[in-house]
Design a protein around this ligand. Sequence first.
Ligand code: GLU
Length: 339
Amino acid sequence: MDRGQPHTVALRPLPTTPSPTPTTRLAPSPTGALHLGNARTFLVTWALARQQNMRIVLRIEDLDTPRVKPGVLDLTIDLLTWLGIDWDTGPIIQSHDLRHHHAAMQHLVANRHAFPDTRTRRELEALASPQSAPNEGSHELVFPASLRPATLPTTFTDDAPAWRFITPAEPIPFHDEFAGPQTTHPAQTIGDFIIWTRRDAATPGQPAYQLAVVVDDFRQAITHVIRGDDLIESTGRQLLLARALGHTTQPTYLHLPLIRGSDGRRLAKRHGDTRLDTYRDRGVSAERVIGLVAYWSGITPSRSAMSAADFRSALQLSTIPKGPITFTAEDDAWLLARS
Ligand code: GLU
């Protein structure tokens, strides 16, 4: 038996088998209140889903973050409803049932796709070669294959600060319904990435985002993943995980260009308070927010208030601009003008 060697992962493209019930998900992380960028992602996802008679799952992604703020869950649901967005299943709170994530870890470890890592970040940084510098905008290091342990355990025990996935050194292609054909290179851009973390000995571990999203998308029978293109690079990792978990199908992917500030960076606090609840508190109607999203999505040539129902029928993928969308001072002034 080839102890210490991961099983070879079959790398032929996965067949896309349409599910009897096309299903998508809204997957907010309750780390802060929804902002205009979230409004765009969720309105577009909702409108496309309703146009195509998809089932919509609301999944609250409260794992893998130390920043879940109390009250934000209720506020998130309240704001989605305010925008006129509805869903068919949920809210499903990701952290409430981790049995499937544990089972997935058992499967991955039993099949030699993962290993525990006890190094601190500082130790890893010291070992990292020049090409293993942190990705721009990412907090993860590129973990090289040379740092894998010589022997791999065959059972999963939740007693290491991190477990990493053994990333095969092949490009991972996929088709994006909006952005077209894509090729990601997880082995080069991230290496062996973290799939399970444990903060300290007193706290049980939990799945990292990449594992949680794959396990949940499959168990919730998600056929369409619609999200911001900050996650396009993660798709390759998620396809590898899905395959290693024995799945033979993959969802349809659609990544939307992010809303950015005028400095070109993703919308954040530095661009002002773009939170939906702040606008709402200042008297801005949902129809104005939807009108701005409609303008950003190429539905209208200039900003004008719009109902959720009209947005839903008017949205077309073909009119959404391909490049990033910039949130400007004029957008903010128009929202607040309330005329
Ligand atoms: N929860 C993630 C976010 O708020 C979305 C994850 C996903 O759509 O895969 O950015």
